[in-house]
Ligand binder design. Structure first.
Ligand code: WQD
Length: 340
């Protein structure tokens, strides 16, 4: 029996890469997306890679009526991967109600629909942001979650709790939350990649746009942190490796291999890399110089975080494969393709 997977937010950056890997593994995919932060042309990129154009429906999942209509129309779904959410950290500080309304209502509508239409399996897009600035590194899944640094991060913490409590009250529902560290890079085909709208907030798109001459200079937000070179440390995970983790999680649920009906896993490389080390790696991998300057710290940034991936390697049976150099080269190749 072919698995039919709903990917909400499937025209987004991580969503589109996950659709490709799901199709590569033989799943039928339907995408629900409101296109508020992505473009419908992403479907062309997916089709160019896999030869299969996913079903697509423009839907505002934060609207219960639209959500129910969608599930009435698209029958036979046996698993959901829920990416659809507002995700700009800075914007969430300015517009908290928009983030709580959109991110929480969308998830609750999805869970209600899964109960109504008897869809048992959910994989949720969570984030290492739930850990805040950890007291101890690397971070394991039993590291206590902390007060999130932003309303965006807090919606991830609350959504994890909503899934935990809903699967406890409804044992026929099973959920896995994947806590991403910093997703970067692009599909090697350069047919899909990160499409930031406006001025990028995240490091890699701003860096590649700077090297492409679209930005004057990359600002490195602080070199006075308590780290070896003073700049912040993160765990940068290749987006294709991350996408494959979703396929593994879905098959764990469909194959009923999960130990409890709510689980969560760190999805990172297990390696901490500083901003300055990343710039060096980019220059080595691409042969391009990155014009940059050190400026003040950015409010809300944590000093360092990187994953202990033992549990996801051993229990989930997934691990990252691509090197940082290869990943940064894929990001650059995508930027070059975009600017053609
Ligand atoms: C990485 C590092 C910056 C831009 C956030 C969210 C996380 C996820 C990924 C959504 C930091 C430094 C950045 C720049 C810089 N979001 N930086 N100059 O903040 O670690 O994580 O995005 O899914 O949940 O919290 O990612 O890429 O913004 O920053 O020096 O122009 O790069 O200080 O140390 P972050 P980021």
């Amino acid at each position: 029996m072919t698995n039919k997977v709903l990917v909400t937010g499937g025209t987004g950056y991580i969503g589109s890469h996950t659709v490709v890997e799901l199709q590569n593994s033989g799943c039928e995919v339907v995408i629900a997306d409101n296109l508020s932060n992505s473009k419908i042309e992403v479907l062309d990129g997916i089709e160019a890679i896999t030869g299969i154009r996913p079903l697509f429906e423009k839907v505002d999942l934060s609207c219960a009526k639209e959500c129910t209509e969608f599930f009435k129309k698209h029958t036979g779904i046996n698993a959901v991967i829920h990416f659809a959410a507002s995700k700009a950290v800075g914007e969430s500080v300015v517009k908290p109600l928009l983030y709580y309304r959109n991110n929480l209502n969308s998830l609750m509508n999805i869970l209600e629909a899964m109960k109504e239409f008897k869809i048992p399996n959910l994989v949720f897009s969570s984030s290492c942001t739930v850990y805040g600035q950890p007291d101890k590194l690397p971070v394991t899944e039993s590291t206590p979650r902390k007060e999130a640094e932003s309303p965006y991060g807090n919606t991830k913490t609350i959504c994890e709790d909503i899934i935990r409590d809903t699967t406890k009250a409804n044992p026929e529902l099973k959920g896995i939350a994947l806590r991403y560290f910093n997703p970067i890079g692009a599909h090697p085909s350069t047919k899909i990649g990160e499409l930031p709208l406006g001025v990028p907030g995240n490091l890699i798109p701003f860096l590649t746009q700077t090297v492409a001459g679209m930005r004057a200079e990359l600002s490195v937000f602080g070199n006075d942190y308590n780290t070896p070179d003073g700049s912040c440390i993160r765990d940068y995970i290749n987006v294709v490796d991350l996408a494959k983790a979703h396929v593994v999680a879905i098959s764990r649920l469909i194959g009923e291999k999960q130990k409890t009906n709510y689980e969560f896993f760190n999805i990172g490389t297990g390696k901490g890399v500083s901003v300055l080390e990343l710039i060096e790696s980019f220059e080595r991998a691409t042969g391009e110089k990155v014009p940059h300057k050190i400026v003040e710290r950015r409010a809300g940034d944590i000093e360092q975080i990187y994953a202990d991936t033992t549990f996801s390697n051993k229990e989930l049976g997934w691990q990252s494969e691509k090197s940082l150099d290869e990943t940064l080269l894929s990001a650059w190749n995508w930027q070059v393709a975009l600017n053609k």
